[in-house]
Write a protein that binds this ligand. Sequence first.
Ligand SMILES: [Fe+2]
Ligand SMILES: [Fe+2]
Length: 348
Amino acid sequence: MSGWNPDWMPQPDKKFLLPLSALLDRDPFAIEHGIIAGRCAAATAKALTLEEATWHQLACAGLLHDAGKIAIEPRILRKPGKLTEEEWEVVKQHPIVGRTVARALKLNDWVVEGIQDHHERWDGQGYPGGKMKDEISLQGQILAVSELVSAVLTPRWYRPGMAPAQLLTESRRWIGTHVNPEVLRACLSALPALFGLSALSELETFRSPLDSRHFSGDLEAQVYRAANAFISQVFWEAGRLFGQTVCERTVDGLNQWAVATKLPIFFSGLKMEVTYPWWESLSHQVLNFRNIIGAIVSCLSGLVGEPLACAWMDSILMKLPENLRDVGTDFGLWIWKPVEIVPLAGVR
Ligand SMILES: [Fe+2]
Ligand SMILES: [Fe+2]
């Protein structure tokens, strides 16, 4: 096939949503982790010049590789410290449970085997089978690399996502122990294209924060910070998960919407830009932010479906500092959630 589009990602099949949303209840970072792993796995297969059909299969396998974690208690999944021996035994079962989930979803045997093998290690120290080198299926080797890459980039309960620049240093430790070096090389070579960049180090630039502007009161500043933290996190994740082309298309749609609704804002790349304060009062600012966030959520719902988009937005909230999350909740900014909104009447 010619003209490979690094933004390629199959439309998530609705049948995958059930185990994914069950997993999301336990781990809000699971979908981000799964989607990044799926995109890495598909890109690695392409870099290894495997058949095109395998890219699609690996994208599904990556998305669902940790579906077996639905059998692990949240208490264990969220534990920051060392696991006890019993807890570790439970965790080691998730590739086996994942195999059962994948079979129930009628995924083919090749995908099922990959999911089962995603924690096998090149040196035989992995689980559940303790397989070594070529005893591990090729799809399992690809998923093992993709899962590690995704784990580095995805935040966890007990730590933020690592800076992408750390990926190169971090991945050196896996060579010969955790992964097949050839598969790792293929994956790393595919990553810049996957993220729409010329070099891995450019990934860092996605994290730049939004500007803050002029506020007439503390509440305005807080609402602004809460909404901006949320919006920048959404764009940062959308860029990573779906690639720059999809992100740019979403931004174009939002800019057209802003023109149509006469809001003096525009989105440029992954940032929301304003040239002057574009609200007349706190209540006006809040209403505008509700509209903007509503427009963003509806764009994303068109991309991944409403239930998944809402679950994703919930997971983004979990990553915001608690005070900003609470401010947004009080002012009803998180409009995809059916919550009671503080009445705005009487506020300046
Ligand atoms: Fe896993
Ligand atoms: Fe994983």
